[in-house]
Design a protein around this ligand. Sequence first.
Ligand SMILES: [Fe+2]
Ligand SMILES: [Fe+2]
Length: 183
Amino acid sequence: MLAPVAPAASTDDHLFHFLDLFHKDIQHRLGQLHALATDLEADGPTTAIRTQARELVNWFSAEAREHHLDEEKHVFPALLSSNVEAVVDTTHRLIQDHGWLEADWNEIEPSLSAVAEGNTWFDPAVLRHAVEVFEQLYVDHIVLEESLAYPEARVRVDPSQLDAMGVEMAKRRAVRDAQSGKD
Ligand SMILES: [Fe+2]
Ligand SMILES: [Fe+2]
């Protein structure tokens, strides 16, 4: 087990505040996804469910993936360079989780895109189960990040790199938006 580390009151506040807010957003979207999968079984692809399915496909395919990249580029490297074995092991577990979350999402996304188009060629019960698996893994992952990885990273991230990190994160999103035709 990792020893808890007191958060550092330093210039990294902005980065970690951003990441914390993002976790709240993920949890909100997971709640929407869970409700959608449940309602779909009962009601079929209503207009409201179709609209929300499209929004969730767009959000998890874009924003959630950017969050994983933010962590892999700017949080996890500081942890992997630790000489504490438990910190390194936990970070490898978190990176592996990102792979599982991607695999789970790739299983869910085609069915959710079908819902957005008003199609239900899949079994809604299978979709609901896949959503529950995705949701549980995400919640466990976020708990591990917030309780162990982020507190460790706060004292390990190099403050002189914070501006460059912010620039990279903003640029990556700008490139993505330009490629997808967003303003
Ligand atoms: Fe993560
Ligand atoms: Fe995260």
